[in-house]
Every structure is written in structure tokens, then in C-alpha cells.
Design a protein around this ligand. Structure first.
Ligand code: ATP
Ligand code: MG
Ligand code: ZN
Ligand code: MG
Length: 434
């Protein structure tokens, strides 16, 4: 990519989240920041988390690009505008266009999942009992529907996805497909072919998804000329996804069963019937990406309620000693020294600001892991390998993580307010309903 020869015509709109807009060109994407339209005097500052990925783009290119993609942006995302002033962007590998893809063969399928938080907080730190029974995602669903963000509640529960139990994972993915919201997308050959439209009454087009998926699943079981029901296509698709999510990085990872964790891994709001787990929960293989995400999420050991007093301690300290901001790495940089602070956290609160800072840092990292997405790339194996195969066809797969933004220090106080709103809304409206 030659930065002085950037042409907006090469780049196409790829997608966006709450904070950034992404354009793609072949094997690369550019991730540009967005900010609220009414803040046009205060364009955002790029958090320099990963220096080598940041590129400085010609401003004219960025301006033309923002005009070009504007009409492709979903209306509900347009309360924010793309940053056209800094010229800064992250240049990342395009995870929907994996390198293993050979253009002459069937295009790869890439499935993006934003799993959210996969465990319940410990009863020690929470003031409302319901938080130890119903997971944050399920409670948040009621809040979002009550506030009109989504028309329908999703029956996806992250605790099912993170369970490591095949049936529960299957169930979770089925509900992600039925109500994808912003937690599920499918890309084919780098193009998004399935996602949700916020605020819309329409369900996403499952028939069209199945139409795209069918050819990938017809090969197996000599189904080439035979009929395959939509239900079977969907089941095979989900089964392949579960396999990919349970697969490891090639190492020999065992299954970790931690009793304390197991008790906190079932959500009462999930409509998955507990009795259907005949052989008990399995737990995630320790070399799976899901396991690593969950471990990182669990750095949030105190829940926002237990953390907040420590956050206040740090805030007070910074008021008294403003110069400490740098030493304590409140705004980063998120480097080795930051990681060390996080890892060297004493087990017990000794009343120090160091302990408080370490817990706040851990919480922020956990928040990043609760907000990240994973991309499962499925590349069909050659047909010859599939002959007289039973079950779904073979794919080679890779699982990567995206959207790993550091959460700002002051997001902690916002989190406390949001937590209170979600819990009280659930107790008011949702808790009574099945
Ligand atoms: P969120 O609101 O979830 O925090 P965000 O604003 O931080 O989102 P991202 O999730 O990083 O933005 O990017 C928006 C979308 O762009 C993603 O959901 C994904 O579909 C796509 N995307 C981002 N990075 C990549 C990548 N490296 N390769 C392919 N697609 C990507
Ligand atoms: Mg995202
Ligand atoms: Zn749940
Ligand atoms: Mg993000």
C-alpha cells in the first residue's frame, strides 16, 4: 500500500461499529475513527495502542472516502461521522479475506461473533442477587428492547456459547443467527451477506443466508444431487462453527474444569433446558480462542460494584497528585510495563493506590475482552478429500480476534451507571417474564 498513491475508488465500505468505520481493499482494511456529529469541533484523538498499525493517510483521500461511503452507511449509525481531520487510521489485515483463499475455488465464509461476557459475577461483590443468576447480556436485552434499540429480544446467551458444551453452543449460535443484532455477521468472499438492521421490524433474511450456505454443505453425504432441507444446511453450518470454536491453536490443550467457574456458568434467563445436558458441562479446551477470551474477561474479579471504590481511590489520588497520571499509565501506553502492572497486582487490598490502579487496569482489559469480536474463517477443503465422508463437509478454519480497543479510564463511572440502569430495568420489567 503506497500512502501517497491512495485512491478512494479502490476502497469499499466494509462495515462499522460504534467507534469506527472500516473500508476494505483486497487483503487490507482501514479502520477509521468516528465521533458524534455534534462534536465537530473536537475530533477524536487516536489512542495509540499499536503503533506499527497506525498509518497517516492523505487528507484529500480521507475526505473523498468519507463522501464515497456515506450512502452505504446504515442510517442508524449516522449519528456519528467519520474523522476526516486527523488522517490517522489503523491498517489491519482483512480478516474476511483470509490468505488461504484461492480465488479459483469457492470463496471462504467468515463468521463474525461478538460473544460478550461469558460468566456471572461472584456474589461477594454485587448488591443485587439477580446479577448472580441472570447474565449481563440477557438483562441488557430487556433494557435495549425497553429503550427501542431493538424490536425483539435475542435468546442468545453468552454463557451457553462459552460453556464448551456442544449442545449449548449449538443452541447459542442458532439464536445468534435468528436475532443477530450486532453480535453476528456472515461474510462470503469478503462481502457481508448477513447482518441485522437496527430498529428495523424485519428479521434478517435467513432464506438468503441459507441460499448462500447451501452449496458449501451439499458435497457431504453424496448430497450433490439429493435434496437437503434448510434445517439440515443450518445444522451443518452450526456444527462446523462449533467445531471451529472448540478447536485449538494446534497445541495439546486439555479441558479445564474449574468448579468455581462452573457454578457461575449457567444463566437462569437462558431458555436452554438444563436437563438436556446429559453428561454435564464440559468446559472449553484451554487452547481455544473462546477460553482465552473468557480468561481475560475474568480479570474483572470484583464486578463494577466492587471495583468502583478502587476507581474512586485512584481518582482521589490523581486529584492530589496530578503528575502521577503518567507513572500510573492511566492513559497508557499499553505496553509491557502496563501488562506488568496488571500482572503484579497483590492478591489482597493493602490500601495502596498501586493495588487500586492494578485492579482498574485489569477491569479495563476485561472490558476490552467483553467487547471484542471473533472472526471464524471457513475455507472448504478440496472435494477429493470429502468423498464418502459422513457428517458435515471438511473445512479448514482459523479463528482470530478483532476490535481490541483499550477502554478509557473514565469509562468506569459510566459502566457503574449503566449497570444500575440495566439491573433496575430488569427487576422492573424483565425478571417477571419468562
Ligand atoms: P464496536 O461498536 O463493536 O466496538 P468498533 O466501532 O470498535 O465496534 P470494529 O468492530 O473494530 O469497530 O469494526 C467494525 C466492523 O468492521 C467489525 O464488526 C467487522 O465487521 C469489520 N472489521 C473490523 N476490523 C476488521 C478486520 N481486520 N478485517 C475484517 N473486517 C473487520
Ligand atoms: Mg466491534
Ligand atoms: Zn444469559
Ligand atoms: Mg470496539
Amino acid at each position: 500500500m503506497e500512502l501517497d498513491k491512495m485512491d478512494e475508488n479502490d476502497w469499499k465500505y466494509h462495515g462499522e461499529g460504534n467507534k469506527s468505520l472500516v473500508v476494505s481493499h483486497l487483503s487490507r482494511v482501514l479502520r477509521l475513527l468516528k465521533y458524534p456529529a455534534e462534536d465537530s469541533e473536537n475530533p477524536p484523538q487516536m489512542l495509540l495502542f499499536s503503533l506499527q498499525e497506525v498509518v497517516k493517510l492523505p487528507l484529500e483521500f480521507v475526505r473523498q472516502l468519507s463522501i464515497k461511503v456515506q450512502h452505504q452507511r446504515p442510517a442508524w449509525r449516522c449519528d456519528k461521522v467519520m474523522d476526516i481531520y486527523s488522517g490517522c487510521a489503523l491498517c489491519l489485515p482483512n480478516l474476511t479475506s483470509p490468505a488461504l483463499h484461492q480465488p479459483t475455488h469457492t470463496p471462504p465464509l467468515c463468521i463474525e461473533i461478538k460473544p460478550k461476557c461469558g460468566f456471572l459475577p461472584s456474589p461477594k461483590h454485587v448488591s443485587k442477587d439477580i446479577k448472580t443468576k441472570v447474565c449481563r447480556y440477557c438483562m441488557h436485552q430487556h433494557y435495549k428492547v425497553a429503550n427501542g434499540k431493538w424490536k425483539r429480544r435475542s435468546f442468545y446467551c453468552p454463557l451457553d456459547l462459552f460453556s464448551g458444551n456442544r449442545q449449548r453452543m449449538h443452541f447459542a449460535i442458532k439464536h445468534l443467527i435468528e436475532e443477530p443484532q450486532n453480535n453476528f455477521k456472515v461474510f462470503k468472499g469478503g462481502q457481508c451477506i448477513y447482518s441485522s438492521k437496527e430498529g428495523s421490524d424485519d428479521s434478517p433474511d435467513m432464506t438468503s443466508l441459507l441460499h448462500h450456505l447451501r452449496p458449501y454443505f451439499l458435497y457431504a453425504n453424496n448430497r450433490i444431487n439429493s435434496h437437503m432441507t434448510s434445517k439440515a444446511v443450518l445444522n451443518d453450518f452450526i456444527q462446523v462453527l462449533v467445531n471451529a470454536l472448540l478447536s485449538g491453536g494446534g497445541g495439546v490443550g486439555g479441558v479445564v474444569t474449574d468448579r468455581r467457574v462452573e457454578e457461575r456458568s449457567f444463566c437462569e434467563a437462558s431458555i436452554f433446558n438444563k436437563e438436556r445436558i446429559r453428561h454435564g458441562s464440559r468446559g472449553l479446551p484451554s487452547d481455544s480462542v473462546l477460553f482465552r477470551i473468557l480468561q481475560t474477561q475474568m480479570l474483572d474479579t470484583l464486578d463494577i460494584e466492587g471495583l468502583y471504590p478502587l476507581y474512586r481511590r485512584v481518582e482521589q489520588h490523581l486529584q492530589d497528585f496530578p503528575k502521577e497520571r503518567t507513572r500510573l499509565q492511566i492513559e497508557g501506553p499499553y505496553n509491557e510495563a502496563f501488562l506488568e502492572k496488571l500482572q503484579k497486582c497483590p492478591a489482597e487490598d493493602d490500601g495502596s493506590v498501586e493495588y487500586a490502579v492494578a485492579k482498574v487496569h485489569q477491569y479495563r482489559v476485561a472490558m476490552t475482552a467483553k467487547d471484542c469480536s471473533l472472526m471464524v474463517a471457513l475455507v472448504p477443503s478440496g472435494e477429493e478429500e470429502q468423498e464418502d465422508n459422513e457428517g458435515p463437509p471438511a473445512f479448514s478454519y482459523s479463528v482470530s480476534i478483532l476490535d481490541l480497543d483499550p477502554k478509557p479510564f473514565d469509562s468506569v463511572s459510566r459502566q457503574l451507571r449503566l449497570d444500575q440502569k440495566i439491573v433496575s430495568c430488569y427487576l422492573r420489567t424483565g425478571g417477571a417474564l419468562p
